[in-house]
Write a protein of this length. Sequence first.
Length: 357
Amino acid sequence: MVVFDTYREADRDWLIDSSRFDFSWVVSRGFTVSRPHVPGRFIDRRVLQVPLNTLAILHRTSPDIVVSAELGMRTIWACLFCKLRRRRLIVWWEGIPQLDGGSRLHTLRRRLLLRHASRVWGNGIESERSLVHHGVSADRIDLGMTGIDTVSWRKAVDYQRTFSRARIRTEYALSGAVLLLVGRLTPLKGIPEMLEALTSVTAISDLPPWSVLCVGSGPSGEDIDRWAAMHPQVPMVRTGFVQPEDLPKYYAAADVLMVPSLLDRWPLVCLEALVAGLPQVTSSMVGSAPDLVVSSEIGDVIDPRDAKDFADRLAVRICKAPTLVPESLRTDAVAKWSSTGSAIRGSASFGTCLEAK
């Protein structure tokens, strides 16, 4: 049984076909709180879901193990149920050290909930660092609890690369090495820093032709449009929002993925690029970078605020394009971060959880 706080987030445009769900599910009753989230100088809007009938749902379904995401109200309800009914609680925490701040009360709540969990799930290295910071011992942590359908994704991108790459590039008037950006277009995603780096790339002499493909929507889209108008010599295309099932063709058309985020837990675009075989230039403030960008053949990890280094890394990738990530590294990623891989790790965690006294 999967309990969702809401059927759909107000700030997400994904279409959801619930007829494809092959599991039991229900949407809890509750309300939404939307407020500005201001880490440093960056402003983004944070949407919080506050469920109200979680206890009633848990009482009705009577699970032996409850897996609760994050450390907010839903986990408080889950923890209370598990204490009253003597059941096992697993907390799924995707935090990273950069997000460990907050008030003393905020930190105390997190540590109390984590203390009462039988097991704690995390995405990778950065999640583990955050959990250790909150007092969780390494022997209670299970990592690698995220991923995508890597097998289908790889097949879809390879198919598009073989049969549609040239057509897509012609359709969008892309030439040379195509730099790809996928995601929400907001300042927190490093759009201003990316544009500054691209400006520096235009000043590098003797570079082969290159162009930029931006897939996504958001308030920084206008900044991208202004940059394109000021640099007509660089083909730049902005597609707007694209449904997930339509993304493979854009990865197939591109040569280098850019992930300039200034704060991001574990963005799946890094994994999508690796499985697709697309080299990437990724921010050091991205939580998935230490797990995925482990070789120069996969990509470079940069500080997006260093425009010169960012530009230099992009220039090197432009000169090497089109070069794909070696098949062996793609195959390793497909196996490790697949749905099956996550399920195996989850099942092992359940067994450990039930055996614990």
